[in-house]
Ligand binder design. Sequence first.
Ligand code: PEP
Ligand code: MG
Length: 563
Amino acid sequence: MTDRLVLYGIGVSAGTAHGPVAVVTPAVGIDEHEPASVDPEADGQRVREALAAVSEGLTARAAHANSETSRAVLVATATLAKDRGLIKGVDRELKKGAGVTKAIHDAVEVYAAKLRKLGGYMADRVTDLYDIRDRATARVRGLPEPGVPDFDEPSILVAQDLAPAETATLDPQRVLGVVTEAGGATSHTAILAAQLGIPAAVQVKGIAAAVVDAPTLALDGGVGEVIVAPSEADVTELNERSRRRAAALAGSSGEGATRDGYKVKLLANIGTAEDAAKAAAFDLEGSGLFRTEFLFLDRDAAPSIEEQTETYTQVLRSFGTRRVVARTLDAGADKPLSFANLGPEENPALGRRGLRLSQQREDLLDGQLTALANARAAVEGSNLWVMAPMVATVDEARWFAERARAHGLPQVGVMVETPAAALRSTQVLSVVDFASIGTNDLSQYTMAADRLQGELAGLLSPWQPAVLSMIRETCRGGEATGKPIGVCGEAGGDPLMALVLVGLGVASLSMAPTKVNAVRAALRMHDRDTCRQMANYAVDAWSAEEARAAALKLADPVLRDLL
Ligand code: PEP
Ligand code: MG
């Protein structure tokens, strides 16, 4: 049995948890010791049965999926597992003399190469194909399928990493917390865990090995602390932290404002109409980021204008007269669209993504703007704002603003996600009505560090003084033009960082709805001058750690209970 051990990672979803461990099973790979097939027919039958079982299992999980997106992914994968071409490929490899698991892997590789060549939607299925390969391989080896295991008691999940699709299907009633060895703070997995309100820590090095013999874990998803085989005293201390947090949150309600009454709008990040309905039930002032691309992913054609109108109308209805900031299609890079594939790119994150894709596919943008305008007209009293992702030049901002206004949309803005837009924010803002800083991408592009690389978490921190300087420049543009600046990246949901952002001049913060209470409570504890002072110290710091420490030093001690 493992002795008590404390590990630290990055806290990405605040809250504490204590309970049994459920280890997400890793993929097993080829059996290195398997003999060559001497009876290809019988071996082929074994693989057929394994694939059929995989397909059945995925179909059963699809029935319990908690969102339309994850259901669609599971159904598509279940269908692919029954593909005749795949089974024939396995038979071919077996006849050539490969062992069973090698035949599966080789056949999948041949099939994957074909899909990649077809491009678009078919190329996107390669990930599903690998999932099928790993499940079928485990089955023929008599091992548990990789992925989230079935467990009876509510548990803390421990994984090397979790795919966004896996995270999306987690049930917050049964999953007490999530701890991963890899992953990044702005990965979609982290974003989804926060959205679901599940305490989570990523980049917890050594956790997989540490839980091999450990029946229980304690987790503080705020500070990223994980205690393996916690003692009774640890659990008491964790419960005490949880009690203090609840006390610090008590009475956190109503409009966001600093202690001296400076108003800061607190808004929700959403991706679907379901998210909107859930978020609208929280005590918050609208949505500062509606990631519309979620409606476009995992499809082989763009949704019709009617379907889009229906979805956007539902979102606006959920929020009534509260503000909703819809971001137009942000496809490309880690969110590829099969039907809007502009061809292979060496560096997709620096390629034709976001607004650049919309400029190539004006039909997609116009369809969206038409549907947004229809939805706005359909919901009386609605307060719809629209903004473009990945803007780098004034011309792009103007191009988007003219198009959106031509559709009758009155509030048009841009996201500030590139250093170019941050440094030229006065000029950019002069052609639009507002800006919203996407700190996830702004950190990635300022620090030249891929946001999907968990190992680069230190560089990707929004506490990096260079990133804070970019935010300050953006806010200066806001001041010069009198246009409001918001933040809708993950940084906005960190109570301490929120104070710094307000000190820099940000007027609204958008985050996972579960984070709003803590940010509101943090704002109420501090006046605007303190926020400004924190901001000055943080921007002047020489490192991310120093910036955070400087802000924390000026904070009310009770704030620590919210982190
Ligand atoms: C961002 O980049 O900060 C942002 C909010 O957009 P996304 O995370 O969807 O890229
Ligand atoms: Mg972004």
